[in-house]
Write a protein that binds this ligand. Structure first.
Ligand code: SDX
Length: 428
């Protein structure tokens, strides 16, 4: 509902009147969808101040470190809920009853297997292929296997694609890890929890019984919850833009995997661990802090800073507690954690980071936990993608269910050559 009007004074014209819209929380927005009639577009590279859509799924208050999923604070969900229950919440808008939860869990459990023919796709990759490269490929390949529910304008078809993606991502992710190792793929097990099944597919071998450690199972589930969704981040916006053309849902999620891979986004957890290992010891931290401040040095402290959070990332707070729980449970004295803790202490007291509001983000601690669990650094973003699949499909469904949704097609400020005539090759 437009509450009031913004007036834009452009040269030589009467002021342009633009409706202002208010949401449940957060910034009001100026609806500029009719601005083009004035002969002007807006210009906002990186979408620093541009809302791309209306959404009911997640709300972030970056100044106050608030993250809500359908209104529920992330710290309450992370400590009291489960990943599958958060999946139900994100997809449906409400927490499930016990019978709804049981039905949803059964639905996901019985969709975790992948087509046997899909396993052949892995054989086309080198054994040392990055597992994110493999995941990009095999998630896209799912679009070649499911032709029975692809009318993206059909709510039931969208729901079937969503369940298939949420259920199969852990299987595909674990298969990428096993392929890297040269170990046999492990089939899903219906008697295990979502997190327990993933750990079993990752770490069990045919030669011996694998027993899921309940502390690690809980930590894994919490990592899944903390990465489930995060508003209109780069990868979610990628999925929305791809989906706006009516593209195959599996292909759209593959585009989201690709966008998440970047070190400025979901690839930061892998980059953060690589950075901690490069720093190596506490005494070398000042050298890297100086590099992070040097405008001529492209180096940045991976795991620090955020486009939206200009205060602490509430996920990092929960992740930090989980980090210490896991390391205590496994009795791990990880020198990298010493480096991480000292880096956090220095960065939070350094005026450069204070002035620029660069706090540790979710990726800073998740990498340390996953390393402690025995997950290789190259798999960190794969696990982020597995977790974020529910966020991607929830936004994809929301966009396609909104009446009058249009294909996304941004405009530009053209600064190229003015029109000119072709010059034949023998005259150049
Ligand atoms: C995720 O969007 C999401 O919600 C993402 C995510 C999700 O759940 O989907 O939360 C997941 O991607 C978390 C972020 C993970 N990325 C990293 O940890 C990589 C390191 N961080 C930076 O690359 C950076 O902070 C970004 C990309 C996260 C945010 O960058 P912005 O908002 O574009 O801000 P900016 O690059 O303009 O930086 C502002 C200033 C700059 O200095 P000035 O030009 O003003 O002098 O802060 C500096 C930057 O140089 N800066 C850093 C820094 N991050 C920003 N300096 C040193 N180290 C850093 N990490």
């Amino acid at each position: 509902m437009a509450d009031n009007i913004a007036k834009l004074q452009v040269p030589g014209q009467e002021p342009v009147e633009l409706p202002i819209k208010s949401g449940t929380a957060g910034h009001d927005v100026v609806d500029i969808s009719t601005l083009g009639k004035s002969g002007y577009f807006t210009f906002d590279p990186g979408f620093m101040a541009t809302a791309s859509c209306e959404s009911e799924i997640t709300y972030i208050d970056g100044a106050n470190g608030i993250l809500l999923h359908r209104g529920y604070p992330i710290d309450q969900l992370a400590t009291q809920s489960s990943y599958l229950e958060v999946c139900y919440l994100l997809l449906n808008g409400e927490l499930p009853s016990q019978s709804q939860m049981q039905e949803f869990k059964t639905l996901v459990t019985y969709h975790t297997m992948v087509h046997e023919q899909l396993a052949q796709f892995y054989r086309g990759f080198r054994r040392d292929a990055h597992p994110m490269a493999i995941l990009c490929g095999v998630v896209g390949a799912l679009s070649a296997f499911y032709h029975d529910s692809l009318d993206v304008n059909d709510e039931h078809h969208r729901g079937v694609a969503a369940i298939r993606l949420i259920s199969k991502m852990p299987t595909l992710a674990a298969m990428a890890y096993k392929y890297n190792l040269g170990q046999p793929f492990v089939y899903p097990r219906n008697d295990l929890s979502f997190a327990g099944n993933f750990l079993n597919m990752m770490f069990s071998v045919p030669c011996e019984e694998y027993v899921v450690n309940p502390v690690i199972e809980r930590a894994m589930d919490r990592i899944f919850i903390l990465h489930a969704d995060h508003e209109q981040n780069a990868s979610t916006s990628t999925v929305r833009l791809a989906g706006s053309s009516g593209a195959n849902p599996f292909a759209c999620i593959s585009a989201g995997v690709a966008s998440l891979w970047g070190p400025a986004h979901g690839g930061a957890n892998e980059a953060c661990l690589n950075m901690l290992e490069e720093i190596g010891s506490v005494d070398r931290i000042p050298e890297f802090i100086a590099r992070a401040k040097d405008k001529n040095d492209p180096f940045r402290l991976m795991g620090f800073g955020h486009r939206v959070y200009k205060n602490f990332d509430p996920r990092a707070t929960v992740m930090r507690e989980t980090c210490h729980e896991v390391l205590a449970e496994l009795n791990i004295q990880d020198p990298l954690l010493d480096v991480a803790m000292e880096l956090e202490r220095i960065a939070l007291s350094d005026e450069y980071f204070i002035d620029k509001k660069l706090y540790p983000n979710v990726d800073f601690y998740s990498g340390i936990i996953m390393k402690a669990i025995g997950i290789p650094t190259s798999m960190f973003t794969v696990i982020f993608a597995l977790s974020r699949t529910v966020g991607w499909v929830s936004h994809w469904q929301e966009m396609l269910s909104q009446p009058g949704h249009k294909i996304g097609r941004p405009r530009q400020l053209y600064t190229g050559a003015p029109q000119r005539d072709y010059v034949p090759g023998n005259q150049r």
